[in-house]
Structures are given as C-alpha cells and as structure tokens.
Design a protein around this ligand. Structure first.
Ligand code: BGP
Length: 490
C-alpha cells in the first residue's frame, strides 16, 4: 500500500449547531426557540448518564418569563452571531474545506407559522455564507438541528400537528431559494432517531400537552410527519438547487454484546436496529417491517395522509450522515453491570475501553465498525458529521491550551476512518469534527464540556470575554487537512 491518505476532495472540516454556537437569541428579529427555554443542568448529577431530558411544560413557561442568560446557556452560546467573521477566518486558517452549521428556524420564521420570512434573519446567513465563500469553505447546512420556534411547540404541540410539516416546508423553500448559490450540501433532521429519547428537543413534544394519549404513539406520529417533511425537503432542494446533495442524519449508537451469550448478541442487534429504522425510512423511502411489526405489537396507529407513502418512496436522501462519539455494551440481563453514558443514550460499561470525563467510552475501532455497518446496509455515500471529545480544557496564563487528549482521540478515530475507506471499501464523503469551536453542550448545557480547536473564554454561566484562543489541536488538525491525513503515518 502506497502513502496512506484520504481520497482527493475529501471534505475535511468541523461542525456546529445554531442553538449551541450563535447566541444572539433575540437579535435580528429572531423568535424564541425550544433550546432558548432549556435551563442549565449543572446542579444535576451529570454522572447519571444523560438522564433523558424529559422537558416539562411548567419549566418551559417559566423560561418564557425571563431574559436570564446565565441559567439558559443556549441563549448566549459562543456568540458566533457577532464573531462569525473571525471564526470562519480561523477555520480557513486550519484549511477547512467544509463547515457544518444549521440555520435557526426561528431566525427566519420567529414564531414558525408566519406567511413571510424575517428579512434580517435571512441577511445574517447571507453574511455567514459570504464569509464561507470568501474562504473557499463549503457549508454543510442542517435544516433542523433541535431549533424549532417554541410557539409551534406550545400553540400546535410541535411536530404532532400535521400543519407543522407545511410550516417547515415553507421555511425550506425560503432557505433553498435564498441560498441556492451558496449551499449545495444539506441535511434535513439532526439525529432524527433521537426524538424517542428527547421528544421536546427534537420535536417540541411535551407529554402534559397530550393528556390521556399514548405518548409513544404521539412521538411516532411526529416522526411520521418528519419523514414526510424530510422527503419533501429533498424534493424542494433538488428542484431549487440542481446539483444539491441532501442527507439524513442519525445518531450512530454502536452497541456490543456484553458477552458472547446469544441473548446478549440479540439484545445489541435489537437496540441498533431500533435506531436504523429511522434512517431506513429516509433511505429506502418506506417503513421497515421491523417498525411496522413494533407498531402492531404495541398497538400504535399512525395517521397518514393520502400520498404520504408515495412521497417517502419518491424522494429518498442522497447520502447518510451520522454522529459517532462512543460505543456501549448491551446485555439481556444487566444485573450487576456498571452503566455507561454516551451521546443521548445509555449502555453498560465496556471493561476494555477508557471513558471520557463525562463517562463516554472512547472507541475508535467502534467508528470503523459503524462505518462498515452503515455502508453495508445502505450502499450510499456516508458523511461523519459529528465526532469529537468533550473535555475540561484549561486556558493557561500565556493564552495557550494543551489538549493532547483531544489530539489522541481524533488521531485514533481518523486512522480508523482511513482503514474503513482503504481496507473495508467504505465510500466516505467527509468528516466534520463536532464542536470545532467551543460551544454549549447539548446534553448538559455546559460550556466547560469543550470540543473545539478554538477555546472560547466563556464559563458555564456565560461570563467571559468570548475571546478565542487556538488550542494545540488547532495546528495538529491543520496539518492533517493539509496532508489529507497522510501526516498521521509519517
Ligand atoms: C449530539 C448533537 C450535537 C452535539 C453532540 C455532543 O447529539 O447533535 O448538537 O451536542 O450531541 O453532545 P454534547 O454536546 O451533549 O456533549
């Protein structure tokens, strides 16, 4: 094998989400979003492994009564809203070819059900895309990254209401038309499968708003609406931007059987199948029998409109993107086994792996296994749009940040990726590390859970100068991109 490196044109870069990076939560005509109502969870036992944040209506209404930003960290984020020029110049200094970001729905339609878009919101993203273009950075835009206008959650009960499909498609039409010369790579719903684990975050669903209903059925009804919306978003994108590529996005939860006992192997298979079925729907354009069987056995009925099945079939996605941070273990009987945390999910601790400070188990081989799993299942191009290590980085007196642990994490995962491409025959489009600039954590809402190559001087309560500082990993990743990965093998 010659010099090891990634294919020409590999889309190296980093990822963000409007609700975690932008701040400016009320600027430029932006409306209140679901994440703006998410209170910090610093006082909770964060070792309880990502307790599913089942939001409650009372907390949401309480959040709407205050402009407090200290306890609602997503309201300030990393203030990208005012730093985007310098941030994109820094990402360009690293040689980024791709920058994953999302367009905050409530910047464009503040309440979500308006007829006309908010011009000031559109102008903000005009400026961001102009900066990307200036630096030759290809945007990869997520249409929905947990950023629904809170008005739709409260007035329409979120994605449960079919009218929200039309509101969303109005938003999609506006942004595809407006940015058709700026953006060719799009993702519809971030981690669509996660709606089951955090229904308010993903779909604006609050259980108290559905008294007497089977809440699981409510979630699957909302999921159906997102399937239809995703398919029609693909249609709109392809019609408006001929060379556009649209992807689905799943939380790649990789579970190993805790032992070779067949029951443990089956359990791991069941858990992974239970997340694949959502990307199956978006890739194969139909409900997998697994899900239909599940509905039958649980007495769940989904209301469809005439034509829904045809729409899903006609407009499948072009690529599959996913997030991967860690792996888990599964067991038929977990008695006596230690739990382990992870990205929106929980499993049993793998004795062969180390854990991050947040209890997420570090497993680069798991990324290679995940890539093979997904490629063999879908045989469509893949895109890793989230991978990284959340850690407590320290800004030293001299303005430097030593993050060798992050370099080690990324080095190992990039090697695993290259093995998947060169040895396992996986077709991989690109790699955008999560949180390329420090930003507010989704699960804990901490700034102190840092992922970036750029340190942002802001603490968990939003206090700080918001100045950016290059970490050691900044230069390391610049070299990786410059040599298309081959420097790892020098
Ligand atoms: C994923 C989200 C990202 C990001 C990531 C890291 O679920 O798509 O937005 O937040 O989780 O997790 P966390 O921020 O909780 O450390």
């Amino acid at each position: 094998m010659g010099r090891r490196q990634f294919p020409e044109g590999f889309l190296w870069g980093g990822a963000s989400a409007a609700n975690q990076i932008e701040g400016g939560w009320k600027e430029g005509g932006k409306g209140i979003s679901v994440p703006d109502t998410m209170r910090q969870r610093f006082d909770e036992d964060l070792k309880d492994y990502n307790v599913q944040n089942r939001a409650v209506l009372a907390d949401v209404l309480k959040a709407l009564e205050t402009d407090d930003e200290e306890n609602y960290p997503k309201r300030h984020g990393s203030d990208f809203y005012h730093h985007y020029e310098e941030d994109l110049a820094e990402l360009a200094a690293m040689g980024f070819r791709c920058f994953r970001m999302s367009i905050a729905w409530s910047r464009i339609f503040p309440k979500g059900d308006e007829e006309e878009p908010n011009e000031e919101g559109l102008k903000f993203y005009d400026r961001v895309f102009a900066a990307c273009k200036k630096h030759g950075i290809e945007p990869l835009v997520t249409m929905s990254h947990y950023e629904m206008p809170v008005h739709l959650a409260l007035q329409y009960r979120g994605w449960y209401d079919r009218r929200v499909v039309d509101f969303f498609l109005r938003f999609v039409k506006v942004i595809c038309e407006r940015y058709k010369n700026d953006v060719k790579y799009w993702i519809t719903f971030n981690e669509i499968d996660s709606m089951l684990r955090h229904p308010y975050t993903s779909a604006g669903l609050l259980e108290e708003c559905f008294p007497g209903q089977n809440f699981e059925e409510v979630i699957f009804q909302a999921m159906h609406h997102q399937f239809v919306a995703s398919a029609l978003a693909v249609k709109i994108c392809h019609e408006t931007i001929p060379d556009s590529k649209v992807g689905c996005m799943l939380t790649k939860l990789t579970y190993y059987p805790y032992t070779c006992k067949p029951e443990d192997v089956r359990k791991a298979q069941e858990i992974m199948r239970s997340t694949y079925c959502y990307s199956d729907a978006q890739v194969f354009g139909e409900y997998p029998r697994y899900l239909l069987t599940y509905f039958k056995n649980k007495g769940i009925t989904i209301r469809k409109e005439p034509g829904d099945d045809e729409i899903m079939k006609k407009y499948p996605v072009d690529f599959i993107s996913f997030s991967y941070y860690n792996s888990y273990c599964a067991a038929e009987d977990g008695t006596g086994l230690e739990k382990s945390g992870g990205n929106t999910a929980v499993g049993y601790r793998n004795p062969y792996l180390k854990s991050s400070e947040w209890g997420w188990q570090i497993d680069p081989m798991g990324l290679r296994i995940s890539l093979v799993d997904l490629y063999d299942r879908y045989r469509r191009p893949l895109f890793i749009v989230e991978n990284g290590l959340g850690a407590k980085d320290v800004l030293k007196e001299d303005g430097t940040v030593d993050d060798p642990y992050r370099i080690a994490y990324l080095d190992a995962h990039i090697r695993a990726m290259l093995d998947a491409v060169e040895l396992d025959g996986v077709d991989l489009m690109g790699y955008t590390t999560w949180g390329c600039i420090d930003m507010v954590s989704e699960s804990t809402r901490q700034m102190s859970k840092r992922y970036g190559f750029l340190y942002v001087d802001c603490d968990d309560y939003g206090h700080g100068t918001y100045k950016r500082y290059r970490k050691k990993s900044f230069d390391w990743y610049r070299k990786v991109i410059e040599t298309n990965g081959s420097c790892l093998f020098d």
